[in-house]
Design a protein. Structure first.
Ligand code: PLP
Length: 356
């Protein structure tokens, strides 16, 4: 099981999980599907750290970001930004015709909880929701969601907290209930190491209560419809059933095989190894203190593209820089089911390539 694929999503998928996708088809209104669905939601709860509602939708993460805003925001939102994916919230909110304010930390930085508290405390506007990106994949930093959510709770208790955990869930701890989050979503092709195609989401009771007050929530992504069907052990429309088999198997592995805590430790160890073994030829593009356990953006002495091309010739795929950091960085995805051994082997080759 050697992995030579290190992009920050979609990430490498174990053959056993790929095999799950070939399971014979079942109907999504069958007893077998209901059993599958209930096993999945039971295992997603500890992963999200919640006793509240969890759903699975057939879409990528971006669609669920849109759904989160559609279901919870009627007028005005505050978007916190620190890179390309946090800026995606901004684009979505604007496209939905919402009034949007932005609190920008700048690329590569984390959003400062005190600045967020000050912004909300100054009562410039009332926000239906604040968006937070847990792990900014374009730059490789992890935001302190607990502190940011606390700032919202303290300063503006009826403002909902919407969190993108696309590149954190399954690799970095998420404590939905303890942190007081309202919507937390993740597509599955990153820390959960599944093929792309479905998205998991946790919702608070406040988020569902808010949805009840939003008259036009659309049809496909109506949270209340997801809730109604989930209470009966199902989903509103025909889902990607192969993904459900794969997700059930992967959650079984994460919760009762590897265990969540060991998975987080492995991710931290992968980050530390990556930073240590690249330090001779590249600078970590962000502050070490906030460096992500799932993805590292590196500024090499040599051209990032030359390094990636040379690695490609050796059979390894690394991630390119993203957005405004495209030319100066490359990224190593160290997330999902990648082993420390495979990462170490790749870093050995990278050292040869990058230093010649
Ligand atoms: N948010 C983050 C942090 C991401 O890394 C990505 C994808 O890379 C997205 C959102 C978009 O997710 P998707 O590609 O599943 O729509």
């Amino acid at each position: 099981m050697t992995c030579k694929y290190f992009i920050p999503g979609p990430t490498w998928v174990r053959p056993a999980i790929l095999q799950e996708l070939t399971h014979p088809m079942i109907g999504h209104r069958s007893a077998e599907f209901r059993d599958l669905f209930l096993r999945i939601t039971a295992d997603l709860r500890p992963l999200f750290g919640t006793a509240q509602d969890v759903f699975v939708a057939t879409c990528s993460g971006t669609a669920m970001m849109e759904a989160a805003l559609l279901n919870t925001a009627k007028q005005r939102v505050l978007v916190t930004t620190c890179g390309a994916f946090s800026e995606r919230w901004l684009a979505i909110a604007e496209s939905l015709g919402l009034e949007v304010d932005r609190l920008d930390a700048g690329w590569g930085n984390t959003v400062d909880p005190d600045e967020l508290a000050d912004h909300l405390g100054s009562r410039r506007a009332h926000y239906d929701a604040v968006t937070i990106t847990h792990n900014e994949t374009s730059t490789g930093v992890t935001n302190d969601v607990q502190a940011l959510a606390r700032a919202v709770r303290d300063e503006s208790p009826d403002t909902l907290v919407l969190v993108d955990a696309v590149s954190s869930l399954g690799g970095i701890p998420v404590h939905f209930d303890e942190w007081g989050l309202d919507v937390c979503l993740a597509s599955v092709q990153k820390g959960l190491a599944l093929p792309p195609g479905i998205t998991v989401v946790a919702l608070s009771q406040q988020a569902l209560a808010r949805a009840q007050k939003v008259p036009y929530r659309g049809t496909y992504f109506d949270f209340l419809s997801f809730k109604k069907h989930a209470d009966d052990g199902g989903v509103p429309a025909t889902p990607s059933i192969p993904h459900f088999f794969a997700l059930a198997a992967q959650l079984e592995h994460i919760i009762r095989g590897e265990t969540i805590e060991a998975r987080y430790r492995r991710h931290t160890a992968m980050r530390d190894l990556t930073i240590e073994r690249t330090s001779r030829f590249a600078k970590l593009a962000v502050d070490r203190e906030h460096a992500s356990p799932t993805v590292s953006a590196l500024e090499p002495v040599r051209s990032p593209e030359e390094i990636r091309n040379a690695m490609k010739k050796r059979g390894y795929t690394l991630g390119g820089g993203y957005g405004q950091w495209k030319a100066k960085t490359f990224r190593i995805g160290h997330m999902g089911d990648i082993s420390l051994e495979d990462l170490r082997a790749m870093l050995d080759v990278l050292n040869e390539v990058a230093r010649t």
